[in-house]
Write a protein that binds this ligand. Structure first.
Ligand SMILES: [Zn+2]
Length: 338
């Protein structure tokens, strides 16, 4: 009962943002330490030390966002500049956690798989609903944290570590047992809603990973060279396990659009030597798919075809733009991956 009244309140939303800032602080540690070659430096335990002089950082200088602001971006011990990326990651995670609390994308579901709106919630079985809503909320926090960590590790190293993507797939599948996370696969009411929803998660994993693997293989044939890393395939499998197959295709589409926009503008600005990691754009696509899946799918598959029917010649243009974007993206990625 407590959880029921607590979720959806301002205290819950602000508390989520504060939790996000602390998790963001931890993600900074993950982003910095996970890709380290030396196993002793790869551990996530222990206190933080100054990267400049090695001195231990006191807890009050380590307070998310505020610590950096009070120090004005310079280490207390040796005045080494602290990258504004640290408070940025903390702020970003706080904003994302707040958004998940304020507009939870993984709503509770009815037995037929339809996601309930806030107004319909009182009609649901109370005992079954509340733990599911909370569990789905926790799953969404984990998912978003993984995306933040992977984004910045990919920017830094052009790699998406298995230590994150593989457990991510498993967590996505486990989270999928709660209806409303990846959606529900069929309307067959003979099979329990939990089974149908974990199937939706598994199908999402296979479609997300499979389609990306297909694009990677196609790219290899076209360019006679590896177009995408296998890390991107595993990342997409993880994303699919969380957002289902429709969400994973939407993610891939959005990731291509974002990647092509940023990639082409980078190539125009800094010449053709710009390296383009794909992971951050897939993560961005996944976030948009997470919050706006329903709206965007309606726009793409209901409103858009309606407009198409009234303007038949626009189909060729769309096809041309789509193929052009995919090819320019593959061309850019080919130069980014080792
Ligand atoms: Zn120092």
């Amino acid at each position: 009962m407590f959880v029921r009244f607590f979720m959806g309140t301002a205290v819950f939303e602000i508390g989520s943002a504060l939790l996000g800032a602390c998790v963001g602080s931890f993600l900074n540690v993950v982003i910095w330490r996970l890709p380290q070659e030396d196993p002793a430096r790869r551990t996530l335990g222990g206190r933080s030390h100054c990267p400049g002089c090695g001195k231990m950082i006191s807890w009050h200088d380590n307070v998310p966002v505020l610590g950096w602001l009070m120090l004005r971006g310079k280490a207390r011990c040796c005045a080494t500049t602290i990258s504004p990326r640290y408070p940025f990651v903390e702020l970003l995670t706080a904003v994302l956690f707040y958004a998940l609390a304020a507009w939870p994308p993984f709503g509770p579901v009815f037995a037929d798989g339809a996601i309930a709106t806030q107004a319909q919630v009182p009609d649901l079985v109370p005992g079954a609903l509340v733990p599911e809503a909370l569990a789905a909320f926790v799953a969404s926090l984990v998912f978003v944290s993984m995306l933040v960590a992977l984004t910045f590790i990919d920017f830094d190293t052009q790699l998406l570590p298995d230590v994150l993507t593989k457990p991510g797939m498993v967590i996505g599948l486990i989270a999928g047992t709660w209806p409303g996370v990846a959606g529900v696969i069929s309307d067959d009411s003979l099979v329990s809603v939990e089974l149908r929803s974990v199937m939706a998660s598994a199908v999402g994993l296979l479609v997300g990973g499979g389609v990306t693997w297909g694009i990677r293989a196609l790219g290899s044939v076209v360019f006679k060279k590896e177009a995408m890393g296998f890390g991107d395939v595993k990342l997409m499998a993880m994303i699919g396990a969380f957002v289902g197959w429709k969400g994973s295709l939407l993610t891939l589409f959005l990731g291509c659009v974002f990647g092509a926009i940023v990639g082409v503008s980078l190539a125009l600005r800094s010449g053709l030597s710009a390296r383009i990691p794909f992971g951050p754009y897939l993560a961005m696509g996944a976030l948009v798919a997470l919050f706006g899946q329903k709206t965007l799918l309606t726009l793409l598959f209901v409103d858009w075809p309606e407009w198409q029917r009234r303007h038949p010649s626009s189909m060729l243009l769309v096809l041309f733009i789509g193929i052009g974007a995919l090819l320019s993206l593959l061309w850019l990625i080919r130069r980014g991956r080792r």
